[in-house]
Ligand binder design. Structure first.
Ligand code: CTP
Ligand code: MG
Length: 229
């Protein structure tokens, strides 16, 4: 089955506070985005990679294709104001034959090949899958003024990562429904839930961090020294 991965990489990295988007910061002398792209280039399950980024970065992305031998990388697509808008635009550029679509954050370079393949297998069978890890901390539900209302049952709580993977028809319908009903989400599977699709969890690893704040960059430096895809 022809399988496409969309990599949203059009953010400005405000929480990182660097002078360039965090996806372009170097990790072991290579941009974080390149590490991420290499995971999907290596995966035998992926046929094309579509990056959504700012138009001013198109030249950089095209350069990555040559420099790092990323043969699966398609021409970049211009991102939008929100992550969701960037993905919506990339969806318009899927290969005609694409049947399975993954979405994976540009700033999660420590995804394992096993997570990619299991998320694809699971989405093929059940329609939608998300990679997630068991919550480590006890979670409380609180009111907006910080008063604890109750303690949640940790054994049923998961921290959600990417990839999030869908049959093409499901992600197209989910995004179309979100557009017409003005639903916003930082999580693609939430949009699928809104059309009645309940994704299946693929248990991932705690290494698959989203590099968000400067302390994540320190952790990423450490992880990159021992990471095995
Ligand atoms: N992203 C995107 N288009 C946007 C916003 C975000 O493609 N308009 C991408 C980011 O580049 C990143 C992923 O979505 O790969 C996850 O988003 P996040 O971690 O929030 O990145 P930023 O939006 O760049 O960071 P911040 O929210 O701190 O500004
Ligand atoms: Mg953001």
């Amino acid at each position: 089955m022809f399988t496409s991965v969309i990599i949203p990489a059009a953010g400005f990295g405000e929480r990182m506070g660097a002078t360039i988007g965090k996806q372009f910061l170097l990790l072991q002398d290579k941009p974080i985005l390149v590490h991420t792209l290499e995971r999907f280039q290596q995966s035998g399950d992926i046929d094309e990679i579509i990056v959504a980024t700012q138009a001013s970065s198109f030249g950089i992305i095209d350069g990555f294709r040559e420099q790092y031998g990323l043969t699966k990388l398609r021409p970049p697509v211009e991102g939008g104001a929100r992550r969701q808008d960037s993905i919506a635009r990339a969806l318009e550029h899927l290969h005609a034959d694409a049947e399975i679509v993954l979405v994976h954050d540009a700033v999660r370079p420590f995804v394992h090949l096993r997570e990619i393949s299991q998320s694809i297998d699971t989405a093929r069978h059940f329609g939608a899958s998300i990679v997630a890890v068991r919550a480590k901390d006890t979670m409380k539900l609180a009111s907006t003024d910080g008063r604890v209302e109750r303690t949640l049952n940790r054994s049923s709580l998961w921290s959600v990562q990417t990839p999030q993977t869908f049959r093409r028809r499901i992600i197209m319908d989910a995004y179309a429904h979100a557009a017409t009903h003005d639903i916003a989400a930082t999580d693609d599977s939430f949009l699928a839930e809104q059309i009645g699709i309940l994704p299946i969890i693929v248990e991932g690893s705690y290494e698959n961090i989203k590099i968000t704040t400067p302390d994540d960059l320190l952790l990423a430096e450490l992880l990159s020294k021992r990471f095995i895809p």
